[in-house]
Structures are given as C-alpha cells and as structure tokens.
Design a protein around this ligand. Structure first.
Ligand code: ADP
Ligand code: ASP
Ligand code: MG
Length: 411
C-alpha cells in the first residue's frame, strides 16, 4: 500500500472553496495510486476565536478545559471536508485524535505524542481511500482531549507519516515553501529548494512558525523527508531532509528567524556559589517552563546577576517562582522587560566559516540596533534586541549575509 500524508494549515481550509482546492490535490494523490491521510487544521482564525471566548471568562483559563474547547476547530474542518469528499464519491472517513488514538502526555495545551495506533490506521486504509485526521489533538491516558501547542497540526502530520511509514509527507501552507526569512517581513526573501533538519530545527526554535518545532524533531528522528509547499500554487516547495555535502558548500547562512514572544528576566545580586543556577532553573523547569537564552555575569564581591528569557505567556509564573526561591538564592531584586525580541542567523555553513558573529554584530550596529543578550550554538547566533527594531534587523541581516533575491541574481 502506497501512503501519502498531506497536512493543510488554517488558510488552506478557510472556506468551502478552499476545501474544494484541497480536495483536488487529494485527488491527484489518489490518481497516482496513493492512499491519502489528510491532516487538517482549524479554519483560519477559529482557534484564536475559541481562545478569545475562553479569555472572556478568565485571563488564565484551565488548560484541561481549554483543550476540550480548542479541539473543536479541527473537528469542524475534518467533518466538513469528509462530507465534501464523500459527496464526490470518495471513500473518506474523518478521525478525531481519540478515535485513532493518538496518545499523548497530559501536559494540556503543550502535550507530546507518546504513540499512534499504526495497525488501526492501516486497517482503516483497507476500506477507505482517504482518512481525514484532525491535526493538533490527541488523548491522554485518562481519556481527556489534549493539544500539541500552537501550530501542532504540523506535528500530527509528520508523526502520522512516521507511524505509517508514509512514502510521501507534504505540508501545505500559504507560502511557496521555506524561505531565507519570513517573506511577509522581508520581500527580498528567497525560497530554499532544500534545507536540512538541523537548520530547520534551529529556524523553528528561533521563531519561524512555518513548521512547528516538534514536527521537525519527529522528521529528523524518524528520517521523514518533508515537503513544505503552497496549497495555492504549483511550486514544488522546499524539501526538509538530511544534510548533505552540497548544503555545507552552499551559503554560510541559510536563514534568519525572529521571535517576538520573548521577555527578559534578570535576577540581580544572587550569591556566586554552587547551586544557585540549579535552584533557579530547577524550580522553573519543574513547572515545565522553557528557558531560552541564559547569561550569568562575572562575579563582583561574591555576587552575580543571572539573566534569561522565557516566552511572554510564562512570565507571571516565572516571577512567582522566583519570588518563591528568593530567600534561598539571596536575590536582591528581579526585573523584567517584555519589549524585546530575538533575531537569529542559522546555517550549517557556520561550522566551517569564521566571521559570522562579527558580520551579524556589524550589521546591527550599522542600523544602530543595540544588542542586549547574545547566545550561540554550533549553527546559530541569536541576539536579543528591542522589539521595535526586529523587522529592520531582519532585513539588514538578510542583506548583510547576501541572502537577498536581487543580490543572489547578480552574483
Ligand atoms: P499554516 O496555517 O499553513 O500552518 P502558518 O501561519 O503556521 O501556516 O505558517 C506559515 C507562515 O509562516 C507564512 O505565512 C510565513 O509568514 C511564516 N514564516 C515565518 N518564517 C518563514 C520562513 N522562513 N519561510 C516561510 N514562511 C515563514
Ligand atoms: N489550529 C491550531 C492553531 O491554530 C493548530 C494548527 O493550526 O496547526 O495553532
Ligand atoms: Mg502552522
């Protein structure tokens, strides 16, 4: 049995006409002899609408009930699409997460997939040509609905492809593929024909929401080549795949990402002794909060300052945790700044080239953009800057690293 997974994002199913377009793509897969697993997101804006309704009752709604609420966006999409497919004589069936089941942890609103019943999917594919699966959702061991975090339908798509060992995994969206940076922010951004898993992981973890980071982790772990492409054009898109030598020789920097969902927290004047960092970050990790950049200042008179970033939604809880461990670490004060964003340059070519950091810092300096924090990995450099300069910084870096469409054409 040849299996193709096609995942469609919110804009691709935002309205009945667009669903017809999706159906024509599914038909192409059927015509090529594939069984098609179609993973759908909620229609554009629906998840936000449901979250907005919940926020009318509470600024911090109960996560378990939030998941019971937001799964309904995807449930509407799959039922409607299955009705459309069946009305055209296609043997289709809609499936919510619990009906497969896609079993997840009970970390509501940020659950992780534990297992997918592959045998059941294969059985269903014996009698059906198209399975229409709700993205973003699963079920925990208590039978409660869970969701995989915003953008989680990408992860459903890739995880299903890995589970059934699909021959093809396509992520359909509203742009032609993965670009050197968000094409909505930088009109000179170029579409990449290929990108390796590690670069895509770094871009996704640095804010490029074209793929949810967990989906790339799945793709890398199970070696699923993923094609990101547009629902609305015939462009072949971008293949996210294993690294090869040609990629290393290409560009030093493959992409630039930015993330506005950041805030900086500084714990001033903690004792400079073993165990302080472990206490702070242990308490934060215990609440499943992700910490991103971490900088510790040099010691002065036996004291130091500790600065780190968390996402804005986690700020209040982080401050409460720090208040709780304040006496233990002997902190003088805690301050935070929510008007920050991070910009990152990513590329495997960085491993073999020097001067990337200095090019980045000079480009930001030329635009008078102050750098507040710097973090590096083997293939990424990230700077925390004032949020108001983020688009300016992205465009300046895009030009500085020779990624602009026009510059490339002129070479
Ligand atoms: P979908 O609803 O199809 O899942 P998303 O909105 O989650 O779509 O992701 C697609 C969007 O990601 C694009 O519209 C684009 O603005 C944004 N994006 C950010 N960085 C990139 C990038 N490097 N390449 C392509 N798109 C990007
Ligand atoms: N509907 C969910 C969201 O808006 C999941 C997804 O679209 O991938 O985040
Ligand atoms: Mg998405």
């Amino acid at each position: 049995m040849k299996i193709m997974v096609q995942k469609y994002g919110g804009t691709s199913v935002a309205g009945l006409e667009r669903m017809r377009k999706v159906l024509s793509r599914v038909r192409n897969g059927l015509d090529e002899g594939y069984k098609v697993i179609v993973v759908l997101s909620a229609m554009a804006g629906e998840t936000n609408k449901l979250i907005g309704l919940a926020n009318e009752f509470s600024a911090k709604p109960d996560p378990e009930e939030m998941d019971a609420l937001v799964v309904n966006g995807e449930n509407v999409s799959i039922a409607l699409f299955s009705l459309l497919a069946k009305s055209e004589g296609i043997r289709a069936k809609s499936l919510q997460g619990w009906q497969i089941p896609i079993t997840t942890t009970d970390a509501y609103m940020k659950a992780r997939i534990i297992s997918i019943d592959e045998a059941r999917l294969r059985n269903l594919l014996e009698d059906h040509d198209v399975l229409v699966v709700a993205g973003f959702q699963g079920v925990d061991c208590k039978g409660r609905m869970t969701t995989l975090g915003r953008g989680g339908s990408d992860t459903t798509g890739v995880a299903l492809a890995a589970a059934v060992k699909a021959d093809v995994c396509e992520i359909y969206t509203d742009v032609d593929g993965v670009f050197t940076t968000d094409p909505r922010v930088c009109s000179a951004a170029r579409k990449l024909d290929r990108i390796c898993y590690d670069e895509m992981l770094e871009l996704a973890s640095s804010g490029s929401k074209v793929l949810q980071i967990r989906s790339v982790e799945f793709a890398k772990k199970f070696n699923v080549p993923v094609r990101v492409r547009s629902t609305f054009t015939d462009d072949p898109g971008t293949l996210v795949t294993q690294e090869d030598d040609a990629m290393m020789e290409d560009l030093v920097i493959s992409g630039i990402a930015f993330d506005r969902d950041q805030c900086r927290v500084t714990v001033y004047k903690v004792k400079d002794k073993p165990g302080v960092a472990a206490t702070i970050f242990g308490a934060i990790a215990a609440k499943r909060i992700l910490v991103d950049m971490i900088i510790q200042n040099t010691s002065h008179d036996g004291y130091t300052d500790m600065t780190f970033t968390v996402s804005r939604g986690d700020l209040d809880q982080t401050l409460a945790i720090l208040a709780g461990v304040g006496d233990e670490i002997g902190a003088e004060s805690v301050q935070h700044d929510t008007n920050v964003a991070k910009v990152s340059v990513v590329g495997v070519g960085m491993r073999n080239h020097s001067g990337v950091a200095s090019t980045m810092f000079q480009a930001l300096c030329d635009e008078n953009v102050n750098i507040k924090l710097i973090a590096t990995s083997e293939i990424k450099i990230t700077c925390l800057i004032d949020e108001k300069y983020v688009e300016l910084a992205v465009r300046a870096l895009h030009t500085a690293f020779g990624l602009d469409k026009e510059l490339k054409a002129a070479c």
